[in-house]
Design a protein around this ligand. Structure first.
Ligand SMILES: [Zn+2]
Length: 224
């Protein structure tokens, strides 16, 4: 159902648990929660996560008009459960052209949202500005702070359900979507929502690689 697990922070190969350690290990990042992407059957993966994840499984409800689910990923193993879940959606940008959205719930220290946002991580830097966006998450108004990131995307982060909530959009001006009232539901509470989700062509945003040096902060990619 999935590819060989990789590091959620760098997509590098992992040393699996063995006699000496029960952890998956990345040479660069040490012990990590192994990252998986559903390949053939994202719908099944989503339903399984709704039963087993230790973090919220966020889905927009309703989806923005003409948007669909384009991928599911998670970090964790069967023993400990998923400590990060990412849903990729795609559809028309409010300003025209195609757009992508990633919703990530993750326990602090996982580093998945940071990789997808294009920042070093594993967690966001101190959020000392004012929140710039708001969504409703499982019935709670949830403030989102902007995160400095490469200019091809917009990244927001907040806290919901006791863990990080990342909301990433490509291209950056697709952030206009947040001017509408975006409501997120946790599929763990509302499993029947999965029946109403539309699944479409896979998107590659979940494979967004870790940024190289000099490509980690807003401004560095100016002119690109
Ligand atoms: Zn790594």
């Amino acid at each position: 159902m999935t590819n060989v697990p990789t590091c959620p922070r760098c997509l590098g190969g992992l040393r699996p648990p063995d006699l000496w350690s029960d952890q998956w290990r990345c040479e660069r990042h040490g012990d990590v929660s192994p990252w998986h992407q559903a390949t053939a059957t994202p719908e099944l993966a989503l339903r399984k996560l709704a039963d087993t994840a230790t973090v919220p499984v966020w889905v927009p409800s309703p989806m923005p008009v003409h948007w669909y689910v384009g991928g599911i990923g998670w970090a964790g193993d069967d023993r400990a459960g998923a400590r990060a879940v990412a849903l990729a959606a795609a559809g028309p940008s409010p300003v025209g052209g195609p757009a992508d959205m990633l919703l990530v719930a993750e326990s602090p220290g996982t580093g998945l949202g940071a990789r997808l946002a294009g920042i070093p991580g594993p967690d966001p830097e101190q959020l000392d500005t004012l929140p710039e966006a708001k969504v409703e998450a499982a019935g709670h108004p949830t403030a989102l702070w902007p995160v400095g990131c490469p200019r091809d995307r917009t990244a927001f982060v907040g806290e919901a359900g006791g863990v990080w909530l990342w909301l990433l959009l490509w291209p950056a001006d697709a952030a206009l979507l947040l001017m509408e009232h975006l409501v997120l539901e946790d599929l763990r509470d509302r499993s029947t929502l999965a029946d109403r989700l539309l699944f479409g062509a896979p998107t590659d945003r979940l494979s967004t690689p870790v940024p190289g040096p000099g490509n980690t902060a807003q401004g560095d990619t100016d002119g690109g």
